[in-house]
Design a protein around this ligand. Structure first.
Ligand SMILES: [Zn+2]
Length: 476
């Protein structure tokens, strides 16, 4: 009983503290900000009561699934996206043609080695754009390195060997994207470095914070190597990488075997899917909200980037549902081919330039569908300050991070001095458990977290539409 009384008192204190802090925040708002605050609350209430994004995501991931550029699934996703945009009642919906790379994985990859008389099977997957191994596979001794520099220093010693890149994520970094950024050069550039010296192949530790048995695919490049220097590249699971590294210490001459049958086919026709709510005051000013429609083939493309797609469209849905009429044109874009080429983004930016369109800003969601934390702002100093001044309106929803930084791969080609680009930033702790793996599936997405993200994005778009309009260097 005493304990119960204590708990009741404690919860009373917490509730009254919260109420006081909310009252205090409310008092600090100007009359205009109070209007904004009411609109933002409406957007959050609306998504939490009647959000659509979760069911849209279920449909995309479960009925289409993984959708790598050029695949039949990517083509289905384009049709799906166009139909969905039309169902939301956007003013205009259209497809923007773009030619995309068409890489196919082929048969399931295999890898194994024997050490101390024991055979170990290794979870492995080919990297996007890699060539196949010969039909008989690659079988060679392994040289372990932890950086591109270390690999380069090996020079001719790597001839006929498999080079094993094994620098792990720095797990002390709080933002896991920083850890990813600190390692991903191994995956992207490893084969180009080692192909020059006649290595037989490269294997790369998976890009993840987790120690598990799921290999992470992702894009790689041969840069401008002549084709005869191309070598097969694959990722092995983080757990297998740790075990292989240990085994190499006791048995440095062990031979590793892997086989993959992936292939790059001729470019294929595809589309960005575009839909607009026309602006009421200055429709010629365009504000882009988007994510990428393509995904890696191993999973269902749920967090990467199904969540970004459905959240972007939910921004438009929430505007329409709550009768918020933007001053500028809000353009929702489902970009094609972010994962291996960003051809959709490049085409979009080229057409915008060609058609002399006037973009005032953009918001991209491509960091997963976890709990909202804030936004990363890529803008000039005065617009960065303007966005940061909205913290008091956004913080009650957990949106505390409003730092300057990058926006996203699909909108950054639109960058110019007065174009304000923003990346949506959810919590990053679990993202690289799933990123580019067979685990990136619908069940990993939490409905409430996803919807809070949509409303966070809608709130920012509402504010940017209202205030950026008055704060751009060249007035209409
Ligand atoms: Zn992505």
């Amino acid at each position: 009983m005493k304990k119960l009384l204590y708990l009741l008192t404690l919860s009373f204190i917490i509730v009254s503290c919260q109420t006081k802090s909310e009252q205090k925040t409310a008092q600090q708002l100007t009359s205009e900000e109070k209007i904004d605050s009411t609109h933002i609350k409406t957007l959050f209430n609306s998504v939490l009561k009647e959000g659509k994004s979760y069911e849209w995501l279920r449909d995309l991931t479960k009925n289409i699934g993984g959708r790598l550029s050029g695949s039949p699934e990517a083509a289905k996703a384009v049709v799906w996206g166009e139909q969905l945009m039309n169902s939301v009642g956007l003013d205009t919906v259209y497809l923007q043609p773009v030619m995309v790379p068409h890489w196919v994985r082929g048969e399931k990859e295999i890898a194994r080695y024997t050490t101390n008389g024991k055979q170990k099977n290794v979870p492995i997957c080919a990297l996007g754009f890699s060539i196949a191994t010969p039909d008989t596979g690659v079988f060679a001794e392994v040289l372990e390195v932890s950086s591109l520099e270390e690999a380069t220093a090996l020079g001719d010693k790597m001839k006929d060997k498999i080079v094993f890149f094994n620098r792990p994520f720095d797990n002390t970094l709080i933002n896991t994207f920083s850890a990813y950024g600190g390692c991903v050069d191994q995956r992207v550039q490893g084969a180009a470095i080692c192909g020059v010296f006649g290595a037989k192949g490269v294997i790369v530790r998976s890009m993840t914070n987790a120690e598990d048995d799921f290999p992470h695919t992702g894009t790689m490049t041969y840069n401008d190597l002549p084709q005869e220097q191309y070598i097969p590249a694959a990722a092995i699971s983080s757990k297998a990488a740790t075990i292989l590294s240990t085994d190499l210490k006791t048995n440095p001459n062990l031979k590793f075997y892997f086989k993959q049958s992936c292939e790059t086919l001729p470019d294929a026709p595809s589309f960005n899917v575009v839909g607009e709510i026309r602006g009421t005051a200055t429709p010629e000013n365009i504000f882009v909200v988007g994510g990428h429609l393509d995904s890696w083939d191993l999973g269902e493309g749920a967090h990467d980037d199904g969540t970004g797609i459905v959240q972007s469209l939910e921004v438009a849905y929430l505007f329409k549902k709550n009768n918020i009429k933007p001053k500028n044109t809000i353009r929702i874009v489902f970009f094609m081919n972010e994962e291996n080429g960003t051809r959709g983004a490049k085409k979009y930016a080229a057409l915008a330039k060609f058609n002399k369109e006037r973009h005032i800003g953009g918001l991209e969601s491509d960091a997963g569908g976890h709990t909202p934390r804030g936004f990363s702002i890529q803008a000039n100093a005065s617009n960065t300050k303007l966005l940061q001044s909205w913290k008091k309106l956004l913080a009650p929803y957990g949106l505390h991070d409003l730092d300057a930084g990058g926006s996203g791969a699909d909108i950054s080609p639109l960058k110019e001095e007065n174009v304000t680009l923003v990346g949506y930033r959810p919590d990053s702790q679990r993202y690289f458990d799933y990123h580019h793996t067979s685990r990136d599936t619908f069940d990993k997405v939490n409905k409430r977290e996803l919807e809070l993200g949509s409303a966070s994005m809608a709130s920012l778009v509402y504010l940017m539409d209202k205030y950026l309009y008055n704060n751009i260097a060249v007035k209409p």
